[in-house]
Write a protein that binds this ligand. Structure first.
Ligand code: PBG
Length: 325
């Protein structure tokens, strides 16, 4: 040939070399595992569209939390299902609601487990919308803020370390920060679902949370998948209002958004590897069409490479096991 060839393959010759030069790592302590608490005792019910995910009553939830903690997972994102729903989602802020009880039980059993709560109304309202409705069926943004702030304070009071508002109402981070501070919860951090797209990938979750809207959709508050400048604006506003961390959701179809947020803002970025992303992999793996472990590790590594500091994922226990924790 007579000319020198540049040989990047020299740095791929063995796992020792590859590990030395690897640019991105993935560890269990970067993962946040979602848990679903339901009313009752001794309840463990599989969620059909999400193999491996379950509804658990508080007593059985603690048991699951111990298992995943033992695997090296240090953070959970808690969702709750109410005993009963109403127009305003009142039970979401109940002192003794399912989530509030679950937070107390989890912090009691595992004080070092970071407990993050999802703050939204959609699982608590009869109409399944994320806010309080006006007479003509639209979401009343500002009336919803008061209710969300009450919900967040009730979670903090129960002992939640962080609250994660997922409703996408304008001004909710500021309203929640103000209410938390007034109530004395100045140490409770806000992980804002700052960039939440109106995504078809939430389908299986809505079965899990019984939170599908009874009419209409979420496109008047969740973002248009076509937009990225708007995502940067949402993040800027949430940081201004007091968000400590920001989330991009979903993850896999939005790696460019994760990257853009990472590059422009100094706060930690959390990616939410959502239900539809999980169920697609599970379904294909069940049929033997993909190698589940390889596909999951590749996807989560890609989210980290794009700039996610932490990842919320239903795969967390499997990943922790695969990584040998
Ligand atoms: C509640 C909420 C949703 C998800 C997290 N919080 C559903 C929605 O907005 O419709 C989706 C999570 C997932 O799909 O895994 N507002």
């Amino acid at each position: 040939m007579g000319f020198p060839i540049n040989r990047p393959r020299r740095l791929r010759t063995s796992e020792t070399v590859r590990a030395l030069v690897r640019e991105t790592d993935l560890q269990a302590d970067r993962l946040i595992y979602p848990l679903f608490a339901v009313p009752g005792r001794d309840v463990v019910e599989p969620v059909a569209a999400m193999p491996g995910v379950e509804h658990r009553s508080v007593d059985r939830l603690v048991e699951r939390a111990r298992e995943i903690y033992g695997l090296g997972i240090r953070a959970v994102l808690l969702f709750g299902l109410p005993e009963s729903k109403d127009e305003r989602g009142s039970e979401a802020a109940a002192r003794d609601g399912t989530v509030q009880q679950a937070v107390r039980a989890l912090k009691d059993a595992l004080p070092d487990l970071l407990v993050i709560t999802d703050v939204c109304l959609c699982a608590y309202t009869t109409h399944g919308h994320c806010g309080i409705l006006t007479a003509d069926g639209r979401i009343d943004n500002d009336a919803t803020l008061e209710q969300l702030a009450r919900v967040a304070v009730s979670h903090a009071e129960a002992g939640a370390d962080w609250v994660a508002p997922s409703d996408m109402m304008d001004g909710r981070v500021g309203a929640i920060r103000h209410a938390l501070d007034e109530a004395g919860y100045t140490d409770t951090a806000i992980l804002s679902y700052a960039v939440k797209y109106a995504s078809a990938f939430y389908g299986p979750f809505r079965e899990a949370a019984h939170s599908a809207p009874a009419f209409g959709d979420r496109r008047t508050h969740q973002m248009d998948p076509a937009n990225v400048r708007e995502a940067l604006k949402e993040v800027a506003l949430d940081i201004e209002e007091g968000a400590d961390l920001v989330m991009v959701k979903p993850a896999l179809a939005y790696l460019d958004v994760i990257r853009a947020v990472r590059q422009q803002f100094p706060v930690p970025v959390v990616a939410y590897n959502v239900s539809g992303e999980y169920s697609m992999v599970k379904a294909a793996a069940e049929r033997g069409w993909v190698d589940e472990r390889a596909v999951v590790l590749e996807s989560l590594t890609a989210m980290r490479r794009a700039g996610a500091d932490a990842i919320i994922t239903y795969h967390a226990p499997d990943v922790a096991r695969w990584l040998g924790n």
